[in-house]
Each structure stands twice: as structure tokens, then as C-alpha cells.
Ligand binder design. Structure first.
Ligand SMILES: Cc1cc2nc3c(=O)[nH]c(=O)nc-3n(C[C@H](O)[C@H](O)[C@H](O)COP(=O)(O)OP(=O)(O)OC[C@H]3O[C@@H](n4cnc5c(N)ncnc54)[C@H](O)[C@@H]3O)c2cc1C
Length: 509
């Protein structure tokens, strides 16, 4: 006999687990319980606060939703206009001391002449080859070459993507790409070069909104607060130490045993396999690859400088800094840093020298958040990373050597990016069905390991759809058809329309 019996047990209160819980709560059918080893909800979409009062997300988190149901749940959790700030994406790539508007491949008109020539040459070659190619690109590198040609590949795509993924582009597959990378238009590019013009805003996330308070993590704490408290267990009493897949019993860190019929697990699938103690699954999951993410935060005294302005996030393909992306986090909300009246001592001068006085002084303050990737194929000097990042900020003219740093932050997230490796689908197409045979839905950014459906909106819906699959036999579109959900507005489910109002396709029995 177990201590607790539920129809559906959910492991993890990140976006995926919360999606499952919201849906089960709405359906009000099977009994359920959601657990998380952390003492707050949010998972990788959480926010830390430094002792000085600077907020940092787990790297740049921007919501771009493909789903009405996701919007409904966020809106319900943070309903007031003053809960949010709306922003225009202002995004650049740093290259040879220039700020090239994003996306780089559409704005080669901004590059030095010799680079423009290389890029146009490559674009023409790629366009000519595309006319005769009758196979799909076999890896990400081939995809890049076909889309952009050698010039843009060497100047931007290869170095930048290696910095992001910590894996050479030749070791990644191409099927995950869908809408994510802007394909350049050769004619428009040549026109812009001749006329010295910039391409307009591209892509899915050219406007975005950000929570006024508590960072991205505030969203998920608010969503968790809409659930019945007695069904949410966090911390030690929510930590799953062991799962007996045959008996369908999870044992928690406080000794509690939970018997379930179906399990929605959002912990990384390799960790799940180990927790199940299943050697076959453990061996299989070794074929999955991931990279770690270091998040570095720097809080600076002073007015936000003119050269930074209202920039949101910035990309860094060159090797003059360890980070691939910087977010001006203080631009997202005035509450992401202490108020100007708060007195803070200077910790160090940006050039590494000691401050002349230890006296605490007033602000104003602004902040930068940086992301650095790491993997077995891209080692990082972890001990000196903060120092190297500050030097990188000086090298890229983001900060001045004489700037006063009042707060620093550095945290490593061991599993940051699920790599779309060449081997990935071969593993997932065996691993996930084997788990399903045991009544286990492994879903989420690392639960189902598909980066192309690994953002907050996707993750949330992976949870919602798993719940619908358990209760109604509905097909899980996000898991199985990423291109389909990414290419349309998904409006079938609504929070106010009842759980079975939608005509969802169901699995054949
Ligand atoms: C660097 C970075 C940048 C990102 N940028 C964006 C962005 O711009 N936009 C966007 O929409 N998304 C972004 N994301 C993705 C977003 O963070 C994920 O979509 C989301 O957090 C995944 O949710 P999840 O619930 O699947 O997994 P997680 O958030 O990882 O949650 C899993 C949960 O399971 C819990 N858990 C694990 N093991 C156990 C156990 N044994 N017992 C109990 N609980 C356990 C963990 O504590 C965790 O809370 C980014 C992610 C990263 C890392």
C-alpha cells in the first residue's frame, strides 16, 4: 500500500508540469498531484535575485506564443495591464566593432565592403546550387551552406552557432529548423547593399512582453498559484528519488510513496531513466546530447549609456568574448534592478582594479545578463568565466573599463540546451514509446528533448496535451508534429470553453 494514490502523478513544476496540472485541474476528472524538488515553481524558466537586488532569468527568456490556451493561462495568472511591459525587439549582432541589425544574414549591407563581397558571392553560389539540389541537407552545416553560402557561413552562421550550441554545425541535424532561421533573399540583399539600406524586422518575436515584477519566474509562480495548494508539493516533500516502473510507485525524498496510474515526467529523460533504474533506457538515453548554460549577470552603477540605448538582446559570434548573447535585462523592467535611491558599494572597477572607496553610494543602476555555453566539445574555464565575461564586455564596448560594478552573478545550469544531434531522433523514437508502454509520458524541454518545441509555450502545451492524451486519447500534436504547430495559430483549446469543447483528433484505438 502506498501513502498516496493518484490517477496522474506529475513530476516537475516547470512550464510542462504546470501545463499538465492546469489541464487536469480544468478537466476535473482524474485525481492528480504535482511535485517539484525545487522550493519554487518555474524550473528553467525561474528567476534569481542577487543579494544587491538584481534579477536574472536563466538566460534571455522571451515569450512568443503559438497557442491560445497558453495565452489564456498566462493572462489568468497575471491579468492586470500593469503586470507587463511591452517591448519592441531591438536586436543586433556585434561584428568587427559594428552593430549589424538582426537577422545578420538579411543585413549584409551593414558589413565592410570586403565582407559584403564574400557574402554576396556565397549567396549567389547557394542560389544556383539550390536550383539543382534534389536532396534534403543531411546536417545543419549543409543547411547553412545551402541557405546562405560560404561567406555568411564563415563570418556568422558557423562561429555563432558553435558558440550557442557548443557543438560543431556538422554534428547537428537540420530537420529541427522550421521557422527559426531567416532565409536570406538574394535579390533583396543585393538591393540593400546597393542602396545601403537595412532589412525590416523579421520573424516571430519582433514584439514581446515581459513581466513587470519578479522576472520570467514570476509568471510561473503566478500560474502555480492558480492551482489548488494541496495538490502542489515543492522541496524535499516534492523530490522524487526512485520510481518503480512496474509497480507504478514513486518514492519521495521524505519517504512518502505515491502510487499512480499514469506518470507525466518533465525531468530530463536521461535522469528519469536512471531514477527508474532501467538499464536499457539508461543505455538508450546516453545517445542524447546536451549543452550546459552559464548565466552571468553584471550590475553597473550609472545611467544606461547612450551606446546601449533600448537594445534588448545582442549576439556575439566573434572570439573576443566568451558569451554568445547579452541581454540588457534592466531594459525589460525597472524592477529588474534596485531603485536609484538604494545605496550599494562598488565591488570592483570593470578593468579588474579595486574601487578607491568601500562607501555605499546611490544608483541609478543598469544590468547586463550573459549566456555562455559549455559541452564536452566546448570546454569553458569555469573558475575565471566571470572575469573573462567582464573583459569580453569591455572588448565589445558594452561597458567601459572605468565602470563601477556593484553586483555580479554566475550560475551554471548543467542541462541548458537539448542538442538536435544527428542521433537524437534515433534515440527518441525508441525511448519515448518504451516509456509510454509503462504509462510514463516523458515530456518537456529535456523530458522529450526536442529543442524546436522546447520553449515555454511549447513546453506548457506538451504538458496540456499529455493530460488530454491520458484523459481523452487526444493526439499530442506538439510532440509529434513540431512544424505543424509552429506554422499556425493553435486555437483549439481555450481555458473558458471547457476541457472537451475542442474537437481534438484522437488516437485510433
Ligand atoms: C538559456 C535558456 C534560454 C531560454 N530562452 C527561452 C525563451 O526565450 N523563450 C522561451 O519561451 N523559452 C526559453 N527557454 C526555455 C524554457 O526555459 C523552457 O521551455 C522551460 O523551462 C522548460 O520547461 P519544462 O517544464 O519542460 O522543464 P524545466 O523547466 O526544466 O522543469 C523541470 C522541473 O522538474 C523538476 N525536477 C527534476 N527532477 C526532479 C525530481 N527528481 N523530483 C522532482 N522534481 C524534479 C525540476 O526542479 C524542474 O523544476 C530557455 C531556456 C534556457 C535554458
Amino acid at each position: 500500500m502506498a501513502d498516496v494514490n493518484v490517477d496522474v502523478l506529475i513530476i516537475g513544476a516547470g512550464p510542462t508540469g504546470l501545463g499538465a496540472a492546469k489541464r487536469l485541474n480544468q478537466i476535473d476528472g482524474p485525481s492528480w498531484l504535482i511535485l517539484d524538488s525545487s522550493d519554487k515553481a518555474g524550473g528553467l524558466a525561474s528567476t534569481d535575485v542577487t543579494p544587491e537586488g538584481f534579477l536574472y532569468d536563466v538566460g534571455g527568456h522571451v515569450i512568443f506564443s503559438h497557442y491560445k490556451y497558453f495565452d489564456d493561462c498566462i493572462e489568468e495568472a497575471l491579468p492586470k495591464p500593469e503586470d507587463w511591459y511591452d517591448h519592441q525587439r531591438i536586436s543586433y549582432v556585434r561584428y568587427k566593432g559594428l552593430w549589424v541589425p538582426y537577422p545578420f544574414q538579411n543585413n549584409i549591407s551593414m558589413l565592410p565592403k570586403e565582407d559584403q563581397v564574400k557574402c554576396i558571392d556565397g549567396l549567389i553560389d547557394a542560389a544556383l546550387e539550390a536550383r539543382v539540389a534534389n536532396t534534403k541537407p543531411s546536417n545543419f552545416d549543409e543547411w547553412i551552406m545551402r541557405m546562405t553560402g560560404e561567406g555568411i557561413a564563415n563570418i556568422f552562421m558557423r562561429p555563432y552557432n558553435y558558440k550557442v550550441w557548443a557543438v560543431p554545425t556538422t554534428k547537428m541535424q537540420a530537420a529541427w529548423l522550421g521557422e527559426r532561421v531567416a532565409a536570406p533573399d538574394v535579390k533583396a540583399n543585393v538591393r540593400n547593399v546597393i542602396l545601403n539600406k537595412v532589412a525590416g524586422n523579421w520573424g516571430p518575436n519582433n514584439t514581446f512582453r515581459f513581466p513587470a515584477r519578479d522576472g520570467t519566474g514570476g509568471i510561473w509562480i503566478a500560474v502555480a498559484n492558480t492551482l489548488p495548494k494541496e495538490k502542489v508539493r515543492l522541496g524535499k516533500q516534492g523530490t522524487v528519488n526512485k520510481i518503480d516502473g512496474e509497480k507504478k510507485i514513486a518514492t519521495l525524498a521524505d519517504g512518502t510513496t505515491v502510487k499512480y496510474e499514469n506518470l507525466i515526467s518533465t525531468m530530463p529523460v536521461d535522469k528519469l531513466s536512471a531514477t527508474l533504474g532501467n538499464d536499457e533506457l539508461v543505455q538508450l538515453s546516453k545517445g542524447l546530447y546536451y549543452s550546459s548554460t552559464h548565466v552571468i549577470g553584471v550590475g553597473i552603477r550609472g545611467e544606461r549609456p547612450e551606446r546601449i540605448g533600448d537594445k534588448c538582446w545582442l549576439y556575439f559570434p566573434e572570439d573576443n568574448c566568451p558569451f554568445y548573447r547579452a541581454t540588457i535585462f534592466s531594459n525589460y523592467s525597472p524592477h529588474n534592478q534596485p531603485e536609484a535611491s538604494v545605496k550599494l558599494p562598488t565591488l570592483q572597477i570593470a578593468d579588474g582594479s579595486k574601487p578607491s572607496s568601500s562607501e555605499a553610494k546611490e544608483g541609478p543602476y543598469w544590468s547586463i545578463m550573459l549566456e555562455v555555453s559549455q559541452s564536452t566539445m566546448k570546454p569553458v574555464d569555469e573558475e575565471n568565466l566571470l572575469r573573462d565575461c567582464i573583459q569580453g564586455l569591455i572588448n565589445t564596448e558594452m561597458i567601459k573599463p572605468e565602470d563601477e560594478i556593484v553586483s555580479t552573478y554566475h550560475r551554471k545550469f548543467d542541462q541548458g540546451y537539448p542538442t538536435p544531434s544527428l542521433e537524437r531522433e534515433g534515440v527518441l523514437t525508441q525511448l519515448l514509446p518504451k516509456l509510454l508502454d509503462m504509462g510514463i509520458y516523458s515530456r518537456g524541454r529535456f523530458g522529450s528533448w526536442r529543442y524546436e518545441v522546447g520553449n515555454q509555450d511549447h513546453s506548457f502545451m506538451l504538458g496540456v496535451e499529455a493530460a488530454d492524451s491520458i484523459v481523452n486519447g487526444a493526439v499530442e500534436l506538439t510532440l509529434n508534429y513540431p512544424d505543424f504547430v509552429n506554422g499556425r495559430k493553435n486555437t483549439e483549446r481555450r481555458l473558458d470553453q471547457g476541457p472537451v469543447a475542442a474537437k481534438l483528433p484522437t488516437r485510433s484505438k
